[in-house]
Design a protein around this ligand. Sequence first.
Ligand SMILES: *Cc1c(COP(=O)(O)O)cnc(C)c1O
Length: 386
Amino acid sequence: MSETDRAWIEVSRGNLIHNMKELQRLSGDRCALMPAVKANAYGHGDVLTARILQDAGTDHFCTASADEAVRLRKAGISGEILILGYTSPDVFWKLTRYGLTQTVVDSAFAREISRYCMRSGDGTKIRVHVGVDTGMHRLGIPYGRIGLIEEIWNLEGLEVTGVFSHLCVSDGASDAEEKYTREQIRRFRDVLKHLHAKGIDGFRAHIQGSYGILNYPEYSFDLARPGIALYGCLSSKNDRVKADADLRPVLSLKARIASVKKLAAGESAGYGLTYTAGADRRIAVVTAGYADGIPRSLSNCGTVLVRGRKVPVIGRICMDQLTLDVTEAPGAAAGDEVVFIGCSRRGPGVSCDAALTAEDMAQTAGTITNEILSRLGARLKRIETE
Ligand SMILES: *Cc1c(COP(=O)(O)O)cnc(C)c1O
């Protein structure tokens, strides 16, 4: 297959839908999921991922930027698409042209949207969700500035369909982190109560991302915005969550062996000659590198699978290639599949002799799974599998 000639990603439709159902179960019937498909759906391929989810009944999505949202619209995604980040007034026209929903990042921004709509003079309306800052101090109107929050409903041109906030320590297990999260939720509920008391409603409220669902499933709002958990991962291998959720990795990352050769004891390999063979070794050159999203920090310390066995990355990872020591993977040959994330078999029969997760790679690289996945390269083909 030409898609699997060099380096590619396999996206399991079954596991994605399974995770969606698990998160829906935890969120309760009256909460709709609004999957985060930003950053190319955490590397999985945004159009491919959103299509699978839409076919399975999802009709809310969130992206980071207007262009990500436009891409989904052009690909036939028809539900509400919320842009979580800032959009420049220069491209507000995209919001109306493609029927997108914009986050109100602060009150000055809301007035900017209103001015734009009024200037157009043709009754242009822009749909928004109001961001409320409950303690992260990133985007949103501070929860205490209730007057500024209320004002949004009086601005001409804005049609408010949502109010949301974001939790910043919901992944933490410490008492202090739990206390802070519950305080954020309390502040958010206060804002909602206040709005309802003023007769303002007809909007959807949401605050939980993956860890908000997994660690605080007892709270349920109108929407929830899972990202990383939907892709079957936790941010870190050592994270423990309260909910009993069966999450299955959606993505596999694979490449091929280009060439196998011998390295005699004392010989070195790669840029900088950072690896020297202590004994005679068989090494394999692989068709993926840091431009594909394999962190260069895995030079001389990463682990991958060949023929169902774990083998080490040796030498420096290059832009488009890297090198393995395949001495312990008997028979390794040009054309063999190399698995960075996913399952590998020793031969036909068993489905999985060894597996590596995105969490494993993130841990070795000293980062979180979210970064590993979202940086997977544009050059990788995304293939849908069962
Ligand atoms: C990225 C993002 C999410 C999804 O976060 P996960 O931790 O991956 O579930 C939800 N809400 C906002 C505002 C985000 O930026």
